[in-house]
Design a protein around this ligand. Structure first.
Ligand code: ADP
Ligand code: MG
Length: 240
């Protein structure tokens, strides 16, 4: 069952002579239980693709379908609810709320969705334990290291019944050990039935995916199946 479908999606930023064709006709389907890595040079449209998939941006042409819903046909309220409940975002900009503790940050999306405070808190504590932060649940973001903050953000992105998980270079600022644990969490969420899209520069991270899609100048130029030889990709790293 496909959870994410991009149908001939275009996105033009700006107008006239300064217009940038960030995506120039991308068709991509991601099924439940499937993790797709997106690689490509800087400026090739990776973040644009992810923003469109998550309903944070709208295509200039083409359709985006998430869990059977055509995003372009949704009113703002429906789209907001879909984004809040069904889509998890792991972006480099963490967006943790400084005035809330780690556990409060993680519980927030559930509470916004009407889950009771006590239940939301319990679920949030469990989610933090899963990222090895059970002992730090009461700390504020500025009392946590960069890597710990990142894991709080991951816990918040994966909590609840997400159908689609989107990650834009989620391991950017992390040491390789923490980066690995982030990928493991993403992978297990997908193995639990979500669909995942992971933007990464790192072939070792792409090796966690079932499929790798290569973007260049806003189009998909290549797709590979399961990566059993990440070294072969590393050799192409000029493609970043
Ligand atoms: P990537 O994530 O692969 O580096 P992006 O999707 O961020 O690529 O950008 C693709 C192209 O679209 C780039 O040329 C970028 O400069 C341009 N672009 C992205 N967002 C905007 C924007 N909001 N306004 C104008 N141009 C943009
Ligand atoms: Mg980007």
């Amino acid at each position: 069952m496909s959870i994410l479908e991009l149908r001939d999606v275009h996105r033009v930023h700006g107008h006239g002579e300064t217009a940038v064709h960030a995506l120039a006709g991308v068709t991509l389907t991601v099924a439940a239980g499937e993790l797709v890595a997106v690689m490509g040079p800087s400026g090739s449209g990776k973040s644009t693709l992810l923003n469109l998939a998550g309903g944070l941006d709208r295509p200039s042409q083409g359709e985006v379908v998430v869990d059977g819903t055509v995003l372009g046909e949704c009113d703002r309220r429906t789209l907001a609810a879909l984004r809040r409940r069904r889509i998890g975002y792991v972006f480099q900009d963490l967006n943790l709320l400084a005035s809330l503790t780690a556990v409060e940050n993680v519980a927030l999306p559930l509470e916004l969705d009407g889950v009771g405070v006590r239940k939301a808190r319990l679920l949030a504590e469990t989610a933090l334990s899963e990222v090895d932060l059970g002992d730090l649940a009461e700390r504020f973001p500025d009392e946590l290291s960069g890597g710990q903050q990142q894991r709080v953000a991951i816990a918040r992105a994966l909590i609840g019944e997400r159908r689609l998980v989107l990650a834009d270079e989620p391991t950017g600022a992390l040491d390789s050990h923490t980066g690995e644990s982030v990928l493991r969490l993403l992978r297990s969420k997908v193995d639990g039935g979500a669909a995942g899209v992971l933007v990464t520069h790192d072939a070792r991270h792409a090796a966690w995916a079932d499929r790798v899609v290569f973007l260049r100048d806003g189009i998909i130029v290549d797709t590979s199946g399961p990566l059993d030889e990440p070294d072969a990709l590393l050799a192409q790293d000029g493609a970043r």
